[in-house]
Design a protein around this ligand. Structure first.
Ligand SMILES: [Fe+2]
Length: 190
């Protein structure tokens, strides 16, 4: 079994445990699209595919096991343990861990390697596939009204769009971005 498949199985099993902080939903709603977008970007831009796919699987594992706070750090810790236990190459482990630590656009961290940029872009692109996730955060977690939530979601999407590193990422997302802006524009005028 490849290390990529082992990482997938590890994430799947953590998502489906009763202790998962977000239930089993993120496996289909976030991890699968994350891997799909990472693979697509790598096919256009290059980078070490093994590193990229392992990072795509493990980048949010801390969120599932421990919770959202500082999940870039907790995910990196869990990933390090997993990769060490599986005797993964130390050089490549370092690259994977950098991808995970720097995957959050919101932390203003500077993504330096091609692999880090691909992971950060793929994660941002996932938001455009799962607008209900952003609305859930705004309305249920932050308790905003529907109109306030629309304004907040619109600003978040604009930010994510602006911070994409590659034109290839924008090409993948443009249609969804424009459609979202069109719909949210109407609501935010209210
Ligand atoms: Fe993510």
């Amino acid at each position: 079994m490849t290390i990529i498949e082992k990482a997938r199985q590890f994430v799947e099993s953590e998502c489906f445990k009763p202790t998962s902080k977000y239930g089993s939903g993120p496996y289909v709603e976030h991890f699968l699209p994350m891997v799909k977008h990472s693979k697509k970007l790598s096919s256009k831009l290059g980078g070490n595919l093994e590193v990229i796919l392992i990072a795509a699987w493990l980048h949010d594992i801390g969120s599932i096991v421990i919770g959202r706070k500082d999940h870039h750090i907790t995910s990196a810790k869990i990933a390090k343990k997993f990769l060490t236990e599986n005797n993964f190459d130390p050089e490549k482990t370092k690259l994977v861990l950098d991808c995970i630590r720097n995957h959050r656009q919101s932390t203003e961290l500077d993504q330096k390697t091609l692999e880090e940029k691909i992971i950060a872009d793929a994660d941002a692109i996932c938001n455009f596939d799962m607008l209900p996730g952003l609305f859930y955060a705004s309305m249920v977690v932050e308790k905003l009204t529907p109109v306030e939530a629309a304004k907040s979601v619109k600003a978040k999407l604009q930010n994510k769009w602006r911070r994409l590193h590659f034109k290839e990422s924008r090409e993948l997302t443009r249609g969804k971005y424009q459609a979202a802006m069109l719909l949210l524009e109407e609501i935010t005028k209210l």
